[in-house]
Design a protein around this ligand. Structure first.
Ligand SMILES: *Cc1c(COP(=O)(O)O)cnc(C)c1O
Length: 465
């Protein structure tokens, strides 16, 4: 079979999948043991014809594909895929460039430069910042913290790239209880260790308290400190006050990092940009392409305001991958060596949306999140726990016997089973809640109405009313 035939076959399967996204139940239909039974096969000696491999894969995987691309999926913070980004991603796989270097992938190197400039501009980050196209926000944190580690330890005459952390001056991370777990894993991966994490108290809105931060910094003026702030908390969408916190950090020579996995994209909207006031004063920023920008998975971006520290943490000399003059060599800024060309899909999505399209996407998702929270909160036996500031919010369900946690989990499970809409649960300040996250370009007015109706139906079934 020629490449053409097998690719056409896969295209037909892919298009049929996309056409069916809106109609199929969102929840998966096969259990893990069923998936194991259909997918575990003997690895044969003679192999299997390619058409059969693809047809079998499509058939056997089907029940195990979560409908997270559906416009009525509001679990975690997942986002969908813009068709133009998917198309560019197909081409990325087809071109199969090794994005490690501008010699092996010159077009990708240039596209990354162009995209990074666009993203910095749209998000309001300093234009001279260096950048890396990584797998996701977790690796963007890791990249940024590696730069911070270099910067802070170099200022203490310690060459961390050569000596590692054994015997190094202490490093600490100040963050808040609301930080995402990926921050802690980045700290672990870099050998800093979670014992070095200090949680700073929050104010009543769940933002890092400037007075508490200043007291901790003042108590140990010599300590090498990374302060990890958040643009958009997973549950409430709250933003730390960058304009108050960054000057305090600067006065104590601390490095400020911003986790803006989805929330940094508020910078694309005139309505929400004020939430990011002062964010440009930070030293590094991490965000995702595969969430609110609606790129396919494997896409995050790190930006660093200290390019020299960033490069020192990652650059490597080789005799066989000598960069072209005047062009940034990607692997000198990235944690990986060989990797996918992540720039093409970002380039396609940003070009196609334009500034207005991006701003509309953000505004629309935020409006829908409010409508979902308000609509669900108005149902008998439901209440809003956290009203969306941007695209994230929380509701819960109330039981006459007072066990609202159990009731909330029962209603979530029933909604998932009914299959029209999908929400996940979370424990927030000790209480179970149902999280609302709207970040799919596909979500429509009709989806919101149908989703509220689906929640109402599940609630009625659970309460027997
Ligand atoms: C999703 C998320 C992360 C982790 O991002 P990945 O792309 O999954 O690595 C970090 N922080 C926040 C706030 C997130 O929502």
């Amino acid at each position: 079979m020629s490449a053409h035939k097998i690719l056409q076959r896969a295209t037909d399967h892919a298009v049929a999948f996309l056409d069916g996204v809106d109609d199929r139940p969102i929840a998966t239909s096969a259990s893990l043991s069923e998936l194991r039974a259909s997918l575990s096969r003997e690895l044969t000696i003679e192999g299997v014809p390619e058409a059969q491999v693809i047809d079998d894969l499509v058939r056997d995987a089907q029940g195990g594909l979560l409908g997270s691309g559906n416009g009525r999926f509001y679990g975690w913070v997942i986002g969908g895929t813009l068709p133009v980004a998917l198309a560019a991603d197909w081409l990325t796989s087809t071109w199969d460039q090794n994005a490690a270097s501008n010699v092996t992938a010159p077009a990708e190197a240039v596209v990354e430069e162009v995209c990074a400039d666009w993203i910095k501009d749209v998000l309001g980050l300093p234009s001279q910042s260096s950048f890396a196209f990584v797998t996701g926000c977790q690796m963007a944190h890791t990249t940024a913290f590696a730069a911070a580690r270099h910067h802070l330890l170099r200022a203490r005459n310690w060459d961390v790239e050569a000596k590692g952390l054994f015997g190094a001056p202490g490093l600490r991370i100040l963050t808040s209880e609301n930080r995402h777990e990926s921050i802690l894993r980045a700290v672990r991966l870099l050998g800093i260790g979670t014992d070095a994490v200090v949680f700073v108290a929050n104010d009543a809105q769940g933002r890092m308290d400037p007075t508490a931060l200043e007291a901790i910094l003042r108590a140990a003026p010599e300590a090498a400190t990374i302060i990890s702030l958040q643009a958009g908390d997973l549950n409430s969408g709250v933003f730390d006050s960058f304009k108050d916190l960054c000057p305090i950090a600067r006065a104590h020579q601390a490095w400020v990092h911003v986790d803006g996995a989805f929330g940094l994209w508020a910078g694309a909207s005139a309505r929400y940009r004020h939430l990011l006031e002062g964010v440009e004063q930070a030293n590094s920023w991490a965000t995702d392409g595969h969430k609110w920008l609606n790129l396919p998975f494997d896409s995050g971006f790190a930006f660093v305001a200290e390019p020299a520290a960033h490069r020192a943490a990652f650059s490597q000399e080789t005799s066989y991958a000598v960069p072209l003059a005047d062009l940034r060599n990607q692997k000198d800024w990235n944690p990986e060596w060989s990797r996918r060309g992540r720039g093409f899909a970002a380039y396609a999505a940003l070009r196609c949306l334009g500034r207005q399209g991006l701003s509309d996407l953000v505004d629309r998702c935020c409006d829908f999140a409010v409508r979902l929270a308000t609509g669900i909160g108005a149902l008998e036996g439901a209440e809003v726990v956290s009203s969306p500031i941007i695209n994230q919010g929380l509701v819960r369900f109330l039981s006459p016997d007072g066990d609202h946690d159990r009731r909330t989990d029962e209603v979530i499970a029933r909604i998932q089973q009914l299959g029209t809409a999908w929400f996940g649960g979370v424990t927030w300040y000790g209480r179970r809640a149902m999280r609302i996250s709207v970040c799919n370009w596909l979500t429509s007015e009709d989806d919101i109405e149908r989703s509220i109706a689906a929640v109402q139906a599940a609630l009625q079934e659970v309460t027997g009313s």
